[in-house]
Design a protein around this ligand. Sequence first.
Ligand SMILES: [Zn+2]
Length: 691
Amino acid sequence: MALPFQNRLGIIHELLQKKGNNSQFYKFIADPPTTTMQRLKALTTGSLPTFVDAGANFASAKVLEDNILRQMVKRGKNITFMGDDTWVSLFDDFRKAFPYPSFNVKDLHTVDNGVIKHLIPELKKRDWNLFIAHFLGVDHCGHRYGPNHPAMAAKLEQMDDVLRSIVGELKNDTLLVVIGDHGMTATGDHGGDSPEEVEAAAFFYSPKEMFENPKKDKIETISQIDLVPTLSLLLDLPIPFSNLGTILADFFSSKSSINSQLERLKVLQINSQQISRYLQTYIKQSDEFNHRQYSELEKLLEKCQKDLKEIIQRIKIDRKFEGVTKVLNEIESNYKTYLHSTKEMCRLIWAKFDTDWMLSGGILLLMNIVVFIFLLNLEEMDIKNITSIFFVHFIVFISCVISNLLASIIVGPTVIYTLTKCKMTNENILLCFFTILFNIIHLSNSFVVHEDKILQFLLTSIVWFMAYRTSASSKKLHLLLVVFFFSISIRISREFCACREEQGQDCTATRWLKPLSSISDNLSGYKQMRFLLSLSAISTASGGISLWLKAVGSLNSFSPPIVSFKYIVPICILSNCVHWALQLLPNNVYEKLDSWIIVAPPRLTYLLITVSILLTLIYPLCVMEISKFNSIPQTNNLIPLIFERLKTKKTPPIVFGLLTVYSSPILIVLICLTVTLSLLVGDSYTPSLGK
Ligand SMILES: [Zn+2]
């Protein structure tokens, strides 16, 4: 018996049977991730999806890469769009748009009914060159009920009716393309790389006979990006710059005569030259390719070009036809090999899931949870335990690089040891629960997209909960004030949140996120205000720590961390300021500066901070001992000296800064990291670090 989703699109079957010369059917494979936004980008640019989008800019999620829609608009052609509103968040190129909200997956009908309402009237107007109708009901039906449900059958039958009405409206110069951008699992989900998710179908139909050799025993498989160069040439447009798809030569001529074979070779040549041009540009900026493979492919392309030129000469000028078909077949197969191999080479570096590194990430995440649970019980632990757990953490980190098996062998006993050592109070159990919960969300796509908001919510909730549970009533007011300001800080920090591209219209980036150097000179007042704010934020942060260290008496010692805090950190802050001040210069002056002037201040900061952190790690103590002669001891190793004095029963030593013996070096390392980070993230984020 057929499943609910089978045999519902009867129109496709009928057309393939009755009008074989007018229709084509392919298995249509998506590159993971199989999410709609990534699919739409691939189907318009022809490039492979990457998690870190090279073109992602600060203020918008729009597609910036060259794409088929932009090429159409450039040539004065009109696009009518209706359906899933993801399109309008990615493109501005529609002359007419009827977007409907795609957010509510429980809603099976709003988008589809909207499209159906406008579809036929707009088709009839014939004021378009490209007509996009993106139905969403089948996808939402999958999310809500899964594919094996009567609702899916009903939805697909509705789509069958829609397709029939479209076919009735088509004129001879029109090509109907029916595609799915991704598949779905048995539970109706998609996003990953399983066969159920990446396999979709593509059906092509035109009232004019286009395909001369349609009878095939097996359904051919094509990549989704292959649609881009094919549609480009059919619409008489240049192929988008970063396209990696292979043209479907059947669409141009599928006969075996010499002339139609030459026609096919011409489109394959255009496609190959476009890809070669793109790779040449790309390879100048990146050395990810295997250079030997790349140069072999370029040699193959050169050979194709040379052979094609020679054979055309032989046919058109010398009029010698002997053995021509064999040579033409060979050239065609070489072109196809070139196109296929370049796509595979790029797929290897751009769309790869590295399971080894993913596992390492998982192990480190688990280790972090263990360390967190450990730190919760800090009051019952002594310094030896703390050092050993951080040491184990470090070993796990290193062994992840060597082998995941080794890392898991170390993590296992650590987890058991931690759990047996911990005395869990009710609060700690709750905190652990929150932490584990927060780490579990990494398994869910939609939670990861809004991770920043979830983290802020959890942080605020935990802090208020802790304040509520604290019993000491004398300090309650003080505590409430601290918690209140902490919550406000968290709220303000949203101003500095960068948008993930998946958040789309849910997130608008603030003006903070533009680096100083990219702000136009007309806004010089704003530029200076930003500079002063960054400056004051970082000075306040280090000034505050300085006051605190002074208050606890640590600032008087001559230990390496204190020396680096007192002298090196200010130099670094100064050099950061020089770096930002250079960016305040008008753009035409800044561009003329020698490059060493631009890189010198940040490099100085990196060098000095590395030295400070290393020194602090080697001699972490920030205490000062005053002997009875009030002379400051010259040794850095104070602890043995103190014990020596206690043992020999001399006057007990007076030591400053012992109360904060652990926290002072941590604070100093933190401020060192802040100074470095402020360089890395740019001046725009610095106020957030200062906070
Ligand atoms: Zn979906």
